[in-house]
Design a binder for this molecule. Structure first.
Ligand code: SAH
Length: 369
């Protein structure tokens, strides 16, 4: 497969700025501050109206135009006719009895469902969002990719996952991880716009340093992101210590050699000064041996990085198993002895349909019956 074919791997050309067919009105929540100013002034309104509107949508997290009581009724009527304000509908909310983690299943305007997670940490509340409906990357152990990619999410749909959760819980969200369903760098333009809007001082103003984007390793996307002048953390899903093993777990590795992926990560660090995170899902009998640990250390030597080990979450449709706790601990110790900074990802919400994409899949299974 050539690189160009990769872009259309699902057989469809990806239209620029893709929108679902039903979306004929202007998606007002996807306009950034400047674009909203331009739109509102083009309507013949004063610029401060744009400021009010932006504040309602992105700071007060209003769910409708009716709530925007300081806007003249005539303007609200015009906006009603020309625009939509994307608001996600929670169709299921599960709360973990173990740690208070909440999983949200949201319905989009076109009936698709996506999932988001709220986690409580000592350093603040963190939301994990989805960036696409489904995913086409095909990682063997991942539930999100099983039905393929349905469509990209628009900036408004990524933003509103955070907005609805903050609004529904009344708790401030201070951290964000793009680690839910989808490959964020496969929805590049919408992702970057979303990141800028989420960290905009006119909106929720979440610090870019508290934002992490996780990728399976799309090399041109990593290099582009390095040049965006953002202060976000890049997390690379590594999952194997050599090219051959990685190819078996992650089809994207057929497209980009491990060496190129790591070179792109190094470039990201050089441009941004941000320490890299590597994610390594430990799969019993597949990538958890002492030899794997040794090879992994050698692979990332010299990189300013942090290794996050994730004992694989068993997925109903897949046969992968978690290594024993002692194996995970031994793997960690070996990396640490070799000088790496390592954490084992704390499993959050274990009792509420653990791994990425599983809540959405179990909902879809129910709907099919
Ligand atoms: N597309 C992005 C974000 C995906 S999810 C990426 O590939 O990074 C975030 C992380 O969870 C990725 O490292 C992904 O490989 C991992 N993951 C997915 N399914 C998993 C499972 N069943 N067990 C453990 N980790 C999993």
């Amino acid at each position: 497969m050539t690189r160009d074919e990769w872009k259309i791997a699902d057989g469809k050309e990806k239209p620029e700025g893709e929108c679902p067919d039903s979306q004929e009105k202007l998606d007002m929540k996807s306009l950034d501050y400047q674009e909203l100013q331009d739109y509102v002034t083009a309507l013949g309104e004063k610029p401060f109206r744009a400021k009010q509107l932006y504040q309602w949508m992105h700071e007060k997290l209003a769910g409708s135009l009716e709530e925007m009581t300081n806007l003249p009724a005539a303007l609200r009527k015009r906006l009603e006719a020309q625009t939509t304000i994307t608001v996600l509908k929670p169709v299921e909310v599960l709360t973990s009895a173990l740690d208070g983690t909440q999983k949200y299943l949201f319905e989009l305007e076109d009936g698709n469902v996506i999932e988001s997670v709220l986690m409580h940490y000592r350093h603040g509340n963190s939301v994990c969002i989805s960036s696409q409906v489904g995913c086409r990357m095909g990682c063997r152990f991942c539930a999100s990719t099983i039905g393929g990619r349905i469509r990209d999410l628009r900036p408004s749909e990524m933003l509103d996952q955070v907005y609805r959760i903050q609004h529904l819980t009344g708790e401030r969200v201070s951290n964000l991880v793009v680690m839910g369903t989808g490959e964020p760098l496969d929805n590049y333009d919408n992702l970057v716009k979303f990141l800028r809007m989420l960290s905009d001082e006119h909106g929720l103003n979440i610090s870019q340093r508290n934002i992490t984007v996780s990728t399976c390793g799309i090399v041109p996307g990593i290099r582009r992101l390095a040049e965006e002048d953002l202060q976000i953390t890049l997390a690379l899903s590594l999952h194997a210590s050599n090219q051959e093993k990685r190819k078996k777990l992650m089809p994207v590795a057929n497209q980009y050699e491990l060496e190129e992926v790591l070179a792109a990560c190094r470039y990201y660090f050089e441009r941004t000064g941000r320490r890299l995170t590597f994610e390594y899902s430990l799969v019993g009998g597949v990538n958890d041996s002492p030899e794997d640990a040794r090879e992994l250390t050698a692979l990332v030597r010299g990189l300013n990085c942090h290794m996050n080990l994730i004992p694989v979450n068993p997925v109903k449709e897949r046969e992968f198993v978690q290594p024993d706790h002692s194996v995970v601990q031994a793997f960690k110790n070996k990396l640490e002895k070799n000088g790496l900074t390592v954490t084992i990802r704390r499993e959050m919400g274990r009792d509420i349909d653990g791994a990425c994409g599983q809540l959405r899949r179990s909902y879809m299974r129910k709907e099919e019956i």
